[in-house]
Write a protein that binds this ligand. Structure first.
Ligand code: S3P
Length: 211
């Protein structure tokens, strides 16, 4: 069941993540469009839980030795999607992990089945309006060194900000956004509306509403 969450005021220190986690939960998967903050929130969430953080794009890059943009440029999107599914299957073998998906991963049926059928796996949709997401991505592209969020424990490697191949045409990107919205919603047990939330507030809202 999806739960819509508005900004909430509970202070971060009031939450005890480990005791708040549902029994049997072994992985939290963050999904949402490009710019939703999956990596930023995922790092913070993993640090709060004392879990590993894994960014699926960074994992693909470490497995292939190629950046995501170069995979798109040299081999095309279909090949990227194959590599993404293989990486997801491998990533779901881990426990006590926060996994940030690439924005397009849930479009692929194999990936949805993997996520739905791997026991102990809960998917959370980080939602925001398209203009906010697009602006965030453009800001990141213009200022890739800008700090996003400081993890509180040793972070796993994450991909540096890179141009996103699928944002080259804003009209096409918005069409993708609209087509994906119902897919994200159906897949996720929880939807967090992040437009008015800081990354810390997003983590707090997510933890407070996990069932
Ligand atoms: C994509 C999103 C990107 C990356 C690739 C394709 C998409 O990840 O996987 O460029 O199809 O939305 P982020 O959502 O982390 O930017």
């Amino acid at each position: 069941m999806n739960v819509q969450i508005a900004a909430q005021s509970e202070p971060q220190s009031a939450i005890e993540p480990q005791s708040a986690l549902p029994a049997g939960l072994r992985r939290l998967v963050l999904t949402g469009f490009m710019g939703a903050g999956k990596t930023t929130v995922g790092l913070l969430l993993a640090a709060r839980l004392g879990w590993e953080f894994l960014d699926l794009d960074a994992y693909i890059e470490s497995r292939t030795g190629l950046t995501v943009p170069s995979i798109f440029a040299k081999h095309g999107e279909p090949r990227f999607r194959q590599l993404e599914s293989q990486a997801l299957a491998s990533a779901l073998g881990r426990s006590q992990v926060v996994l940030a998906l690439g924005g397009g991963a849930p479009e692929v049926l194999t990936n949805r089945l993997l996520l739905e059928q791997t026991p102990g796996t809960t998917t959370v949709f980080l939602n925001a309006p398209f203009p906010a997401l697009f602006d965030r991505c453009m800001m990141q592209a213009l200022n890739p060194a800008a700090p996003v969020a400081k993890p509180t424990t040793e972070p796993a490697p994450t991909k540096p900000d890179q141009p996103r191949p699928l944002l080259a045409d804003p009209t096409v990107a918005e069409a993708r956004f609209l087509a994906r919205q119902p897919i994200y919603r159906r897949l996720a047990r929880l939807t967090v509306d992040t437009a008015d939330l800081s990354p810390d507030e997003t983590v707090a809202a997510l933890l407070a509403n996990l069932t």
